[in-house]
Design a protein around this ligand. Structure first.
Ligand SMILES: Nc1ncnc2c1ncn2[C@@H]1O[C@H](COP(=O)(O)OP(=O)(O)OP(=O)(O)O)[C@@H](O)[C@H]1O
Length: 383
């Protein structure tokens, strides 16, 4: 769904004292859009959210909502409300008083506050619980009170800082769905911080992947999952298997040279190919083909074929997960049938699940060398 820019961050830098955390963040979020900020611990997600909220001031750049420049405004003048990871409820106040807290600060009349609190309680399924203190509520109910307090003031933008991380796994799945449904019903622009990939995927219209204070990629969940822009994003989105290959590339064609642990292949990618040379190939453990070496059905040069040996096999549910040693490294391969440890195997990686990037500069280039280790299977392959 296309969105017109509503919240716009331009060249935002922020940090703590001399520690720079965010660098040159440019981001446009549409009205009514749900955006997830996803990244590893310490990458700056909370700092970005706090800077947008006004709890931290940027050292450079600007924050605008529509035509309004909010960069130097205090938090309460920004039309935003934040739900904190800890919920930050007042322990001595009832749920109802917590929900009405922001309205009292705004000077609303008592009857108007009571009506709005009742509305929030109904919206969030908290009827009958308004008289309880936070200590008398479950984690999920506390989380909803915090959400009610944020929504009661009718903010233009809702900021959620890992609000599900204190809930147990099963409740988290339900609350995830509830928050998304509520957000869509209210049409409220929302930014949600999480380090849970699946949570970001199922809740957000678009995902921002942050890496060391910079945006590594911004896109729909599907775009980021199927077309990661860098090796970092591919790894973060689950393509954690990695092997190095040598290839000659042009436009979207990639000719993989035979190596000590891979066969030659000619691939046509759906994406522009990286430049020729040493490549880092990344792929997920699912949607691969695993067969005993020599048992494979046909020669298939349209996928990457890796040669290795099964080291271990476990059953996490659904499929058998094999640890396959390939040269000095190993990859995880899921398959319907288990092949026992010690089996020499062929792993086929289809182009649809293959992500190719230029290998980092410190990796040796050129043809496979002794550095790639001995290649017992190569002789068998070329024999
Ligand atoms: N008050 C502070 N003073 C100094 N450094 C801080 C402060 N708060 C955070 N940092 C540092 O800033 C960096 C970014 O922190 P931030 O909390 O934004 O990360 P995050 O991505 O939200 O992490 P997490 O997922 O663990 O919550 C980290 O290196 C952190 O140590």
């Amino acid at each position: 769904m296309p969105y017109d820019a509503y919240l716009t961050l331009r060249s935002l830098d922020a940090g703590y004292g001399r520690t720079r955390v965010l660098e040159g963040v440019d981001l446009s979020i549409g009205k009514g859009e749900f955006v997830a900020l996803l990244g590893a611990s310490g990458c700056g997600k909370t700092t970005l959210l706090r800077t947008i909220a006004g709890f931290a001031l940027p050292s450079a750049g600007s924050i605008c909502v529509g035509d309004r420049d909010l960069t130097r405004l205090p938090p309460d003048k920004r039309g935003m409300a934040m739900v904190f990871q800890s919920y930050a409820l007042w322990p001595h106040m009832t749920a109802a008083r917590n929900i009405g807290y922001g309205l009292r600060l705004k000077g609303w009349r008592r009857e108007a506050i009571a009506a709005r609190v009742a509305e929030m309680e109904a919206l969030l399924g908290l009827e009958g619980l308004g008289g309880r203190k936070p200590s008398e509520l479950s984690g999920g109910q506390r989380q909803r009170v915090a959400l009610g307090r944020a929504l009661a003031v009718d903010p233009d933008i809702l900021l959620l800082d890992e609000p599900l991380s204190n809930l147990d796994a099963r409740i988290r799945l339900t609350v995830r769905h509830e928050i998304r449904a509520l957000q869509q019903r209210l049409g409220i622009t929302t930014i949600h911080v999480t380090h849970d990939r699946e949570e970001a995927m199922v809740m957000a219209d678009r995902i921002v992947i942050l890496n060391k204070g910079r945006i590594a990629q911004l896109g729909t969940p599907q775009a980021i999952y199927t077309r990661p822009a860098s090796a970092f994003v591919a790894a973060f989105m689950g393509a954690e298997n990695v092997v190095q290959l040598n290839a000659t590339c042009s436009a979207n064609r990639v000719d993989i040279a035979e190596g000590p642990h891979n066969r030659a292949a000619s691939l046509t990618l759906g994406l522009p190919a990286p430049r020729s040379g040493r490549l880092e190939a990344r792929f997920r453990s699912e949607q691969l083909q695993l067969s005993r070496l020599g048992d494979e059905a046909t020669d298939d040069t349209s996928c990457v074929e890796l040669i290795g040996r099964v080291e271990a096999v476990v059953y996490p549910g659904g499929q058998w997960r094999h640890t396959v040693r390939i040269g000095k490294g190993s990859v995880l391969v899921d398959a319907a049938e288990a092949l026992p440890p010690g089996s020499d195997v062929l792993v086929r990686v289809p182009t649809s699940g293959l992500f190719l990037f230029a290998a980092p500069a410190d990796t040796p280039s050129g043809p496979p060398s002794a550095a790639d280790g001995p290649s017992p299977v190569r002789d068998r392959l070329t024999a």
